[in-house]
Each structure stands twice: as structure tokens, then as C-alpha cells.
Design a protein around this ligand. Structure first.
Ligand SMILES: Cc1cc2nc3c(=O)[nH]c(=O)nc-3n(C[C@H](O)[C@H](O)[C@H](O)COP(=O)(O)O)c2cc1C
Ligand code: SF4
Length: 479
């Protein structure tokens, strides 16, 4: 079965795109003409924490499953980070998820930040900055942070095929997927206190490595995010929002005591229940879902309710945090919410809605939060599915004050110089536009390094591409 929605590449121009939105009752701002230059909406600088960020493009964190077993970057990691620097975006949100310790790695090749890996991670940042300076003369208005993580129930620290979940509460649908059958995977309060110390030690290392800020990750079903949904957890870190946010508060307090770093948070600003393939492989809510354990959703777990996320953002504000990198849901259990795509990853499901509805939902959520917290700087995500019309929508969003910066994820893997092209008013390179084939997600789910195999000439010629094609073929035609 193919996805029953028109492909963006098949819409002949901006008019056709807006006509489709109208017919589908999907509301989204957009400008017909995209402007270039430093006075354009996307070219204007931003001020935060007494620093200038030179434009309104942000590179979202994206890992490649390509570090060494001891958590150092490889040449593939370095190439990706250099591309981030070459993109022209002036805010680099974390580069990629970097584990604060081994048991928190999402895969055995995830980067780990510690004293042993310090010089390698410092040089990774430096290569990005150097690439940026070579292309754009100055890095004075470039801000680079690092994303600190513990992967919680999605940890695979030792074997890419074996989950070793550490979680904060039982969850029927997610426990089934992670193979959690008793309470032994649940971190105790004392273990969480130890983990908080590990985040603080990691932040000290990040400061030594030259990063301007750390992101204390609270998204995508990983540990920080799962804690926010820990309503049934007893003790100091569960139950009330005050307790569920204690993890962030204690980490922030520790980082402030030990470093001069700025702090940001990547937050799933809403979430839905887990989905699974239904009839024809179209996504349906998991029958075992427990909707009350979803942070930022309506009681049925199938709509967004920003009441608690907004309170959490107010708390961030009170802690002196000013930067929120927004996202939604999880790539593991509801990818159509998190990274709208036409072609699902191999372990996914066909989108149960026009993927443009998923883009519009994230834009609307961020606009609402920006209105409620105007002093906070909001970065939007999930724009890649807009494809050729990403600049039209991104420009309108920042111009109308619905977000401060437009985050780029998958698009920057296939079209790394998109921000530079838009800001210079150069010819749009259609061949490089991400068509959401999801190979960059399917590959790591099958134990292969991530990369844009269909469009990036560097990955196109790798042996892994053939391997991936064979796996995809076998999955599509099971014996
Ligand atoms: C290959 C890949 C790796 C990713 N790794 C991370 C990560 O390390 N940390 C994170 O917060 N998000 C990660 N994401 C999510 C992206 O940052 C982004 O939220 C998502 O792709 C949606 O944005 P887009 O529509 O521009 O792709 C990853 C996404 C992809 C495709
Ligand atoms: S593999 Fe390339 S084209 Fe496919 S979703 Fe990822 S970045 Fe886009």
C-alpha cells in the first residue's frame, strides 16, 4: 500500500502547495516570495544571553551511529559536523546526542563525553567552527552547543541488537516493546541522583571542550522526557509536576555551580500514545497504551494539551534558561508526530494522516508557546517534510513571531548548504531536497551507520547503501 496523500515533489509550485493545504484544511503560514540577505526575516540576527546569533536557521542534533566503541568521533562524525558548519546556520543545537555515561548510549557507537574523550570532542567542535569560518569569514555570531543525554528505555550501550532499558516507571505498551517484564529496569531515586551528578560532570567537560551551552535533553521518550510523564512514579522524582521536573532543576543547579555555561532544553512539547502498524500497515494507537502517562497530551493521548509543557517552560524561565529547542513525540513509538515522512522507516507504519498535518501541528504548538512565553527563544522542528516550500513557511513563521529560529534536521543531511543558498538568494538545488525516504532512520534501526544514502553522493557510493537496499527488499517481501 502506498501513502494516499500527494507527494510534495508532485506539486508543481507554491500555489499548488497552498491549494493542497486549503483543500486538506491544514493551516500553516507561508510567503510566496522568499527574501534573502541579512535584513530578510531568516537573515536577521537574534540576541540571547548577551550574544548574537547571526541568523534564524538552526541545525538540529542528529547522530550518525558512527562513533568509536569508546565514544569518540570518527571521520564520518567529523564530516557531518563540518557540514553543519558549512551550512550557514548560526545556531548549532547540540550537534548530536552525546551520552553522559556508557549505560545511557542509544547505540554502542554513540559519542560519550568524559575526560578521556575531551580532546576528541573539542576538536570535533573546532572543525565545525573552522569550516564555518572558512566559508563565512567569522564565527563571532555562531553559537554551538552540545546535547547531553541518557537514552533511558531506549539504551543499547553494548550491542546494537540488544536493548538494555533503564526506565522511570512501568508502561505496558512500551515495556512490551523494550522487553521490560519486571521493575528491575527502573532507576531508583538514589540512582537518579547519581545520574544528575553525571550530567553535571559531563557539562564541566563540555565547557572545557569549548561549547557555549549544553542541552539537557527532555525529548523523544528518552530518560528526561520519560520522567516528565512519570505520574505514577512514587518518590522525589515522580507524581507532581514539581517532582517530575526535579531532575532538570537539580541538573541546572549543579551546572550553574560548576560552570559558566548557558543551558538549553530540547523538549517534546507534546506527545501522543505509542502507535503501531494496523491494517495495511497504517499507524493506529497501540491497544495497550496508557494515555495518562503521556506528557502534553489530551486525556485520550491522541491530541495535544500544552498546559503542563507551558508550566515546565515557565519553570525553565525561572531557572534562567532562555532557549527551548522544540520537538514532539518520539521517533520510536510515534514517528509520524515527531518527523513527518512520506516513506516510513522499516520498523514504522504508513502515516495515518497527511504528513503536512504533522508539520502544521508542531508549528501551531510552538506558536502558542511563544505567545505564552515571549521572552523565551523557541526553535521549531519537523520542517523537512515541507521540502521545496520549507523556506516559504520558515520565513513566514519567523516573520510572524511564531518561532525565533527554524530548525533543520533531515534536510541538512541531503542539502547541507540550504541555509547559505536561501540567505544568498542562490538557485534552489532541487536535486538535494530531502524527500523523506527515511533511509537515515532505517539504516541505524538495521544496525548500519546513518546517512543520506539516496541523495548524498558520499553515502550513495558506500557499500552500506547496497546492504541497506537488500535489507529493505527482504523486509518488503518476507519469505
Ligand atoms: C538520523 C537522525 C538522527 C537524529 N538524532 C537526533 C539526536 O541525536 N538528538 C535529537 O534530539 N534529535 C535527533 N533527531 C531528530 C531531529 O533532530 C529532528 O527533530 C527530526 O529529524 C525532525 O526534523 P526534520 O523534519 O527537519 O528532519 C534525529 C533525526 C534523524 C533523522
Ligand atoms: S535518507 Fe536522505 S532523503 Fe531520506 S529522509 Fe534521510 S535525509 Fe531525507
Amino acid at each position: 500500500m502506498s501513502t494516499p496523500y500527494p507527494r510534495i515533489a508532485g506539486l508543481k509550485d507554491y500555489q499548488a502547495f497552498t491549494e493542497h493545504l486549503k483543500q486538506s484544511n491544514i493551516e500553516m503560514p507561508g510567503d510566496e516570495e522568499v527574501r534573502s540577505g541579512s535584513d530578510s526575516p531568516l537573515g536577521k540576527p537574534l540576541e540571547v544571553h548577551g550574544r548574537t546569533i547571526g541568523n534564524r536557521f538552526c541545525i538540529l542534533p542528529m547522530e550518525g551511529w558512527d562513533g568509536t566503541r569508546d565514544g569518540k568521533p570518527t571521520e564520518l562524525t567529523r564530516r557531518r559536523w563540518r557540514n553543519f558548519g558549512l551550512s550557514g546556520a548560526k545556531l548549532i543545537w547540540g550537534g548530536e546526542a552525546v551520552a553522559v555515561r556508557n549505560d545511557g548510549r542509544a547505540n554502542p557507537n554513540q559519542l560519550v563525553i568524559n575526560e578521556t574523550n575531551l580532546s576528541d570532542i573539542a576538536s570535533l567542535r573546532q572543525e565545525l567552527v573552522q569550516a564555518h569560518e572558512d566559508a563565512f569569514e567569522t564565527s563571532d555570531d555562531l553559537m554551538v552547543g552540545i546535547q547531553l543525554t541518557h537514552s533511558g528505555r531506549f539504551a543499547r550501550p553494548n550491542d546494537k541488537k540488544r536493548l538494555e532499558p533503564r526506565t522511570v516507571q512501568r508502561n505496558t505498551a512500551l515495556d512490551r516493546r523494550a522487553g521490560v517484564t519486571d521493575d528491575s529496569a527502573i532507576l531508583s531515586d538514589d540512582e537518579l541522583s547519581q545520574l544528575i551528578d553525571d550530567f553535571i560532570v559531563a557539562a564541566v567537560a563540555a565547557e572545557k571542550a569549548g561549547f557555549a551551552f549544553v542541552d539537557v535533553k527532555h525529548c523523544h521518550g528518552y530518560l528526561g522526557h520519560e520522567l516528565l510523564a512519570g505520574v505514577d512514579r512514587p518518590g522525589r522524582y515522580g507524581g507532581s509536576l514539581e517532582n517530575r521536573s526535579r531532575f532538570l532543576r537539580e541538573i541546572v543547579e549543579g551546572i550553574r555551580g560548576a560552570t559558566q555555561l548557558e543551558i538549553g532544553v530540547r523538549l517534546s512539547v507534546f506527545d501522543y500514545v505509542p502507535f503501531c502498524p494496523g491494517e495495511d500497515r497504517t499507524g493506529v494507537p497501540d491497544a495497550d497504551a496508557e494515555p495518562h502517562k503521556v506528557f502534553g497530551s489530551t486525556p485520550d493521548g491522541l491530541g495535544m494539551d500544552l498546559t503542563e509543557p507551558s508550566k515546565f517552560i515557565q519553570l525553565m524561565h525561572d531557572l534562567g534558561i532562555r532557549m527551548v529547542c522544540t520537538t514532539a513525540g518520539s521517533p520510536y513509538y510515534n514517528p509520524h508526530i515527531q518527523r513527518p515522512a512520506y516513506f516510513p522507516p522499516s520498523d514504522g507504519y504508513h502515516p495515518p494522516e497527511d504528513p503536512l498535518a504533522g508539520v502544521a501541528r508542531q508549528i501551531a504548538a510552538v506558536a502558542q508557546l511563544k505567545q505564552d512565553h515571549p521572552e523565551m527563544l523557541f526553535i521549531g522542528s519537523g520542517y523537512t517534510y515541507l521540502q521545496d516550500y520549507l523556506p516559504n513557511v520558515g520565513q513566514a513563521v519567523v516573520d510572524r513571531g511564531m518561532a525565533d529560529s527554524i530548525g533543520l534536521g533531515r534536510m541538512v543531511l541531503s542539502y547541507p548548504d540550504l541555509p547559505a543558498d536561501v540567505l544568498r538568494g542562490s538557485v534552489w538545488q532541487r536535486k538535494k531536497v530531502c524527500r523523506t525516504f527515511s533511509d537515515c532512520t532505517t539504516a541505524p534501526r538495521q544496525g548500519i551507520i546513518s546517512g543520506c544514502y539516496p541523495l548524498d553522493p558520499f553515502y550513495k557510493k558506500m557499500d552500506e547503501r547496497k546492504q541497506l537496499q537488500e535489507i529493505k527488499k527482504a523486509l518488503a517481501n518476507p519469505a
